[in-house]
Design a binder for this molecule. Sequence first.
Ligand code: ADP
Ligand code: MG
Length: 138
Amino acid sequence: MAEDKMYYQGELINKKDLSYAQIKFIQALVELGIKDPLKTNLLTVFMELSRNIIRHAGHGSIRIGRIIERSLRRTGLVLDFNDEGPGIMHLDKIFSGSYKSKQGLGLGLKGAFRMADRFSLASIEDDSTHIRFIKWIK
Ligand SMILES: Nc1ncnc2c1ncn2[C@@H]1O[C@H](COP(=O)(O)OP(=O)(O)O)[C@@H](O)[C@H]1O
Ligand SMILES: [Mg+2]
């Protein structure tokens, strides 16, 4: 698998960064020819995982790209969310659905996982969280 195009890469600290990234994300979806209802669902995933960075880690970075898997002749949207925050605790509870969120609905990660064709999450306590989300588009 190789990333062949990068649409946007940036830091996320505040709501202004998030608004700008949201515009870039929508532009990428349009360029990739992604239409509703998938477009709206992907925007929800993007906003949930981006807000998690700001809310739970304080700051971090995101990357929006296109990925090609030549062996399977597939092209996908790839999203990376990276931060050096506290790490995600209770992953088992979050993904089994028994997690009770203090502020949100507690469905951001679970929803993203369900929407993904490939989802990888590496989180280390008191260190970092790295999430990669891939959705095949053709
Ligand atoms: N980037 C992150 N860094 C640290 N903790 C996180 C991060 N993202 C999510 N979490 C933790 O995982 C929990 C579940 O996240 P999520 O499913 O988005 O639900 P919510 O944000 O509504 O609480 C959060 O409540 C938070 O404790
Ligand atoms: Mg959340």
